[in-house]
Write a protein that binds this ligand. Structure first.
Ligand SMILES: [Zn+2]
Ligand SMILES: [Zn+2]
Length: 242
């Protein structure tokens, strides 16, 4: 945490000395912005029609609320997962740089994208008691140096004035999920998460946070653990959907 604060001071000092530059193209940005207007405009928002449960966009004409085939045929434990952007193009690039190149300052930009989840009807006006980040396995977190979901949850928590509680832990080190199909992911994640010792979520309305939703299996598995422990509702928000 101390390292981060120092980093922020450094950043603040830097912004006084240098004109702000776009994190992608190096072009001129307006004060306090990470991207220039042109790059920002290339970030693809998820717009209707999309699946009410997992935010999966549907490329075609369909009107009204619907649930995608991916969600219709499996048990999903979260009430709804709101993903704001499509995880491709510049969105994918920024999130990758943030996570894998340790460009931790980009959390502010990704968190801003994430906060836009509250524009969505499924979240706006809804009450939450706690914000819970999806945990990384301790080994993975050591390798990366931070848990991106935790950094985003902390910023969102400040913004919406709801406490952030990292109540889940990941007890199974899962290999990368990318190459697995849906059934394999579910199997891979089964019993991967636990509630931390002395954590109590009974009667609470939980907002679960991650950077990216891929199939929704991770969020669903976390929601299953939270609901089994007595959470009354579990909604999820992510900056992007892969
Ligand atoms: Zn730019
Ligand atoms: Zn769906």
């Amino acid at each position: 945490m101390i390292a981060l604060r120092r980093f922020e001071l450094f950043e603040a000092a830097g912004s006084l000395l240098y004109p702000p530059a776009c994190a992608l193209c190096g072009g001129k940005t307006r004060a306090g912005e990470y991207l220039c207007d042109e790059c920002e405009a290339k970030a693809p928002r998820i717009v209707a029609p999309f699946c009410q449960q997992c935010s999966g966009p549907f490329d075609g004409a369909i009107s009204g609320a619907f649930t995608c085939a991916n969600c219709a045929h499996r048990k999903i434990y979260f009430d709804a997962a709101v993903a704001v952007y499509r995880g491709r193009g510049i969105v994918r690039q920024i999130i990758h740089t943030f996570k894998y190149d340790r460009q931790v300052h980009l959390r502010h930009l990704v968190a801003r994208w994430l906060c836009a989840a509250f524009d969505d009807d499924r979240l706006s006006g809804r009450q939450f008691d706690i914000v819970v980040p999806v945990p990384l396995h301790p080994t993975r977190q050591r390798e990366r140096g931070f848990n991106q979901a935790r950094l985003l949850a902390d910023l969102l928590s400040l913004r919406i004035s709801i406490p952030c509680r990292p109540l889940l832990k990941r007890i199974r080190y899962t290999t990368t999920q990318t190459a697995l199909d849906r059934a394999e992911r579910m199997e891979n994640l089964h019993n991967a998460f636990r509630l931390r010792k002395n954590a109590n979520v009974r009667g609470l309305r939980v907002l679960l946070i991650d950077d990216v939703l891929t199939t929704g299996s991770t969020l669903s598995e976390c929601a299953r653990v939270l609901k089994r422990a007595g959470a009354v509702s579990v909604y999820a928000a992510t900056a992007a959907r892969a």
